[in-house]
Write a protein of this length. Sequence first.
Length: 539
Amino acid sequence: MNPVWPWGGHRRFAYDLARWMRPTRIAELGVHWGTSFFTFAQAMKDGRMKETELIGVDTFEGEDHAGHYGPEVLETVQRIVREYFPKQRIELHQMFFADALATVDDESIDLLHIDGLHTFEAVKEDFETWLPKLAPEGVVLFHDVAPDTGYGSTDYWNQIVEEYSGFAFEHSWGLGVLFPKGDSRLEQLRQQGLDDKLIAYTALAKAERSAIELHDVGEMAKQRMETITKQGEQNEELRQRLAALRETTVPREAHERDVGQAVTRAEAAEQLARERYEAIKKQTEMVQQRDEQIKALTRQLDAARTMAKERLDLLNKACERAAHAERRVATLEPRAASAEAARDELRGRLDDLRERIKVQDERLIEHREARKVAQQRNDDLRAHNDALRERFDAVRDRNADLREKLAAKTATIEHLRVEAAAATAAVVAAETSQKALEQHLAEMAEHVAALAGSHARDRTTTTDTLKKLTDAVEQARRAGEGAAATLARRLTRLDTDTELLGIRAEHVEEIVAKQRDQLKHPRTTTAKEEDWLTGETTR
């Protein structure tokens, strides 16, 4: 990838932003050669973001600002995806931005990058049509928003940043960072030293570009020196040929003509060498000026890193090693890759450390909550023990009352049993009287039958008397049966009451035993229990 591509200066920030956000879905509108696209892909790969999906949308045919191109661009991007990011969830859609809307769910994009046509109307349409696809607290990146671009995208950025929160970089054609659906992430960045990071990222990008340009100038100087060396060799060859011509026996005119031509060629070569020497001298001066610029940028970078060190203690070691690597990148090219890997490793370790700290904080909160719950349970247990003691005293008092009532009931039962025995004797006597009456009635009936023939009037009187006696006997029999049934019911009821009192006395003794056991061995309970004494439900 071209290191001085217009988007190249924002790769560090985009990489760190993706690693920090860990988005579920990233969408890029305008892929082209994929400078920003593969920055996100590399962040996904290094950060082990297996659930993150990266979507790229582009016609891959070019437009007025980027120029038009052939299928080789799409083929190159697809080849890089296959070779370097085979395990990442990456999708490429060769279509217009508006046509790709149907492939994405609403509120599913956490990080959206807009880098299509740079006119005011085009950027406005891209933002407004894709805004519903942005998730709550999502972030939108706008490229080409620097004041000196001359694009309509800059004017639209200046308008939209008045409506929503955001910030922007002005190097590398400018990059706007917008928070249109909530600025909680922006507040987190500010708490982590956003102002210092803006200076640091800008200084790093400029230093990196200067180092690349210095390397290019050095290569140009090297090529020029090789050209001068070859020209010198050619001049030496011409001198040798001139000497050889002077020693030959060719005719004088031919000799003079060849000598003149050789001298002309030699003079032209010397003139070209002088011009190239002047060009190399100018290039050397430019290299020296670039060296001064690099030193100034390095000093600015050191100052920015010092400020970041004071405000960002958690990133101290990573920033120091990154600064050390950046200062030595021009002279230690072979170690640049290992320094970059070390910085990425430190960032990964820092992310892991933050995750561990977060887990420890959550565990500490849970431990504190558990201690509060345990203390509350301890207080509840003490209150429960006090309540148990009070209940035990009440149960003991009630047990004494029950025992007194049981003794009274027992005396009543004994009295009722005596009454039942007397009633039973009365029933037996009534039955005996009934039998005697029946026998007497039989005798009276025989006597009446004997006197019926001779004493009609006495018969009538006797019949009336017999009827009255029969009625009286029947009433006496019914009264005896009613009394016997009443006594039987009262005896049954007394037996039932006696059994219930016995059962209740046993139950009271069991409850008293349990309460004594609970007082000796208190326990913590979270289940609902019913108070046998009051009927209330307790915990």
